[in-house]
Design a binder for this molecule. Structure first.
Ligand SMILES: Cc1ncc(COP(=O)(O)O)c(C=O)c1O
Length: 383
């Protein structure tokens, strides 16, 4: 029955707009010849603008996890004491990567749905001055929470430790001021707020991270920052290995449109859509999951209504209405469904989503006032 493209309201990948698709479908710019350097330089400049930094930017052909692994592999040595601030699934991933690289890992392990607190990080660092690195998520996509990372970054910098931020699902959706806040490595990706297809991750690498890189002895090859820096410093910037050229073309197109909209515009758009989602969900009597929902402008995690499962809701939304949302992850499986609203959404997408959600919930026997979700979201858009 359904022959229109499905709508990806997942935590990523996100809908790929026509201007990105067209750029990705354009003939390849050969990566060992004229034109590629300008493309890569434009991508790097756009990323610097997006996360407000003058740092170098390493562009990987990988998913976001490659960026996370790159940040570990390039800054640690086996035996280093590191602190992982974990508020969910991706915090656990940082822990695993650090362990695989032989680090001595301390974890601040928050209950899923909670946000990280600067005071806890300060205490952990003061309790063990031997810790040299702190790893943290900005937006923890598994629960939707967005950590207030500015005070955490400042606390880490004040103690002269390295602060490494996973901004894979927040870069382009939530304010990041890498240099001002004291973030040493900031990791992002192509398939989230930028709305290109999956395939590119990046690490913005500040001066202190380069110092750590010089003394780090962890094994690395494909993700070695030195290889990327040397290639970038050729007369025409290059990538050391064959890059995801099409994705890069798409990401540059996205960054151009984003720059036209302006940082303020992008960030405000994400806040507005998130407020509309939360208003609609609450108007349907569904409880939100997670601390500080005002900050959670990337993903909204919603508790399943009693007697219904996320599998049922996710399944019907997709099969009947072509809207893809995500089920719970890890221990949240069976407890929540997650609505992604990062990337190139507009009010009509949100209204359409609530129309579909209401029909699905009604079909599953959940009692609701028809139109309540749509009306509440609309009220937010009307201001
Ligand atoms: C916060 C966060 N970190 C990292 C990743 C990287 O995951 P992947 O390797 O699947 O791109 C994701 C992707 O969902 C994410 O949301």
């Amino acid at each position: 029955m359904f022959d229109r493209p499905e709508i990806l309201m997942t935590p990523g990948p996100t809908p790929v707009p026509h201007f990105v698709l067209e750029a990705q479908a354009a003939p390849l710019v050969y990566h060992r010849g004229p034109g590629y350097g300008a493309l890569l330089d434009e991508a790097v400049d756009g990323i610097k603008w997006l996360i407000q930094t003058d740092s170098d930017v390493v562009v990987y052909t990988s998913s976001g996890s490659g960026g996370m692994e790159g940040a570990v592999a390039n800054t640690v040595s086996a035996g280093d004491k590191v602190l992982v601030v974990s508020v969910g699934f991706f915090g656990e991933r940082f822990k695993t990567i650090c362990e695989r690289f032989g680090c001595d890992v301390t974890v601040i392990d928050y209950e899923w749905g909670n946000t990280a607190k600067a005071a806890d990080v300060e205490k952990a660092l003061d309790d063990d001055p031997g810790i040299t690195h702190v790893f943290c998520q900005h937006s923890e996509t598994s629960t939707g929470v967005v950590n207030d990372v500015e005070p955490i970054a400042r606390a880490v910098r004040a103690r002269d430790k390295l602060f490494i931020l996973d901004a894979v699902s927040s870069a382009g959706a939530v304010d990041i001021e890498m240099d001002e806040w004291g973030i040493d490595v900031c990791i992002g990706g192509s398939q989230k707020a930028l709305g290109a297809t999956p395939g590119i991750a990046f690490c913005a690498v500040g001066p202190r991270a380069w110092e750590a890189h010089k003394v780090s002895t962890a094994p690395r090859f494909y993700f070695d920052w030195t290889a990327y820096k040397e290639a970038m410093e050729r007369p025409d910037s290059e990538s050391p290995w064959t890059p995801a050229i099409s994705v890069l073309q798409g990401m540059v197109a996205a960054l151009r449109v984003a720059r036209d909209e302006g940082r303020e515009g992008i960030l405000e758009r994400h806040k507005l859509l998130s407020r509309a989602i939360k208003a609609g969900v609450q108007a349907l009597g569904l409880p939100l999951m997670g601390e500080d929902p005002e900050r959670a402008v990337v993903v909204t995690a919603v508790k399943n209504p009693p007697g219904l499962t996320d599998k049922q809701i996710v399944g019907l939304l997709r099969s009947k209405y072509g809207i893809i949302v995500a089920p719970g992850q890890g221990p949240m499986k069976g407890q929540v469904f997650r609505i992604g609203h990062l990337g190139w959404f507009e009010p009509l997408d949100i209204l359409r989503f609530f129309g579909a959600l209401e029909l699905v919930l009604d079909e599953l026997g959940y009692e609701l006032t028809p139109g309540a979700g749509v009306a509440a979201a609309e009220a937010v858009f009307k201001g």
